[in-house]
Design a protein around this ligand. Structure first.
Ligand code: NAG
Ligand code: NAG
Ligand code: NAG
Length: 360
């Protein structure tokens, strides 16, 4: 894309030069050369090493050969299992790092997963020894024996490539989510992914993914059997690791080099997993009853800072128990529906019984 737009600039500039020359015969030749050289320098500068945009590899038969002995060889991810039985365990996985205090928004997501998915287990993969604070108490008491812990430390490298700033933590946790799914199978959720209704219809596929705005793989909600072929191939994508690109190895490369070439490896969902960036609907709109038509919604809570309107952001810097009871945008209703014990009764929303068809 970057390269194309530069070529476009190049042609435009030379066209203007030629056009001026023929019409007026006034532009000195050296001026045209100067523009051409300048454009070439700009192209080199913008596409040179270190400024690499997404560069994708051509089809690699050796990559796909790595999964040819899989138990899923020939499995049809459009239809799922022949007898419609579920093959993905009803486990929900979250990753929590560094902070023993669970925020209000994270606890909303944990409680939504518990209430709407009704999982057999919810795993916290974490390096925290002891969680603290009122939201932790609420989660502990609500989840009871459904809650399980697994110790995990973030890796420092992948296939010999070091994770470096600024994306170290994100990239390390991207790799960790693949490994967690390869170990247990189940439903992996970002710590701000909200389950609206049961994801069970997807538990009969080898693996289900959502697609983001840029037509890339959404990593925020993943449903997979532990032996899913795509998990193994996705991890292989990190052999060509791009430390400076936020989403290249996690979402771009696997979509372009694996899923587009072999779409049958996964069950792809265009809209109803809600990973396409719905910040306006959640935080700017006044009403949005269609949120109930999604299976899940990624809240993009860290991105509100620049995606919400400045006015809204200044008014609600964080969303938590101090302001959620009368927060008027659609996320308020979603949050209160699962966690509003502390709100005055008159401010809690009446449960809606409307059942809407899904989007995909
Ligand atoms: C569905 O088929 C699988 C084998 O493909 C079998 O293991 C499983 O028991 C079947 N489930 C039901 C409910 O018939
Ligand atoms: C939640 O996930 C984000 C990255 O997706 C991370 O920056 C943040 O630290 C996580 N929060 C906790 C408590 O682990
Ligand atoms: C996690 O590690 C700690 C020691 O660092 C240990 O006490 C604890 O039992 C471990 N938890 C699990 C679930 O393995």
């Amino acid at each position: 894309m970057l390269i194309n737009s530069n070529i476009f600039v190049f042609y435009t500039v030379t066209d203007i030069g030629v056009c001026n020359e023929t019409k007026q015969g006034m532009i000195p030749r050296s001026g045209v050369y100067f523009i051409i050289v300048l454009t070439a320098v700009i192209i080199l500068f913008r596409t040179g090493p270190g400024k690499r945009g997404p560069i994708f590899q051509s089809y690699d038969p050796e990559l796909f050969a790595k999964v040819k002995d899989s138990i899923f060889e020939g499995f049809d991810n459009l239809i799922g299992t022949k007898n419609s039985s579920n093959i993905v365990p009803n486990y929900v996985h979250f990753l929590f790092f560094g902070n023993p205090r669970i925020s209000y928004v994270h606890s909303v997501c944990i409680l939504a997963a518990f209430r709407n998915q009704k999982p057999e287990r919810i795993y916290f993969h974490t390096n925290i020894k002891e969680f603290k604070g009122p939201h932790w108490i609420k989660i502990r008491d609500t989840l009871g024996s459904v809650l399980h812990f697994a110790n995990v430390t973030l890796p420092t490298e992948i296939f010999g490539h070091k994770f470096t700033r600024p994306y170290h933590v994100y990239h390390a946790s991207d790799v960790t989510r693949i490994r967690i799914l390869m170990e247990y199978g189940g439903i992996f959720l970002d710590n701000d992914s909200y389950i609206v209704k049961s994801l069970d219809p997807f538990r009969r596929y080898e693996m289900t993914i959502g697609v983001t705005n840029g037509e890339y793989l959404g990593t925020q909600v993943l449903i997979a059997h532990k032996d899913a072929r795509f998990l193994k191939l996705w991890l292989e994508c990190y052999r060509d690791y791009q430390a400076h690109s936020f989403y290249f190895n996690a979402g771009e490369k696997p979509m372009v080099e694996i899923i587009r070439r072999k779409p049958e490896l996964v069950h792809s969902i265009r809209y109803s997993l809600g990973v396409e960036g719905l910040t306006r609907n959640l935080y700017v709109w006044d009403t949005w009853s269609n949120w109930r038509r999604y299976y899940s919604i990624h809240l993009m809570i860290r991105h509100r800072r620049y995606m919400d309107t400045l006015w809204n952001y200044l008014q609600w810097r964080t969303l938590d128990e101090s302001n959620i009871c009368d927060y008027p945008h659609p996320f308020g209703e979603m949050a209160r529906e699962v966690y509003s014990d502390f709100c005055p009764r008159s401010q809690t929303d009446l449960p809606s019984e409307t059942v809407l068809s899904s989007l995909d």
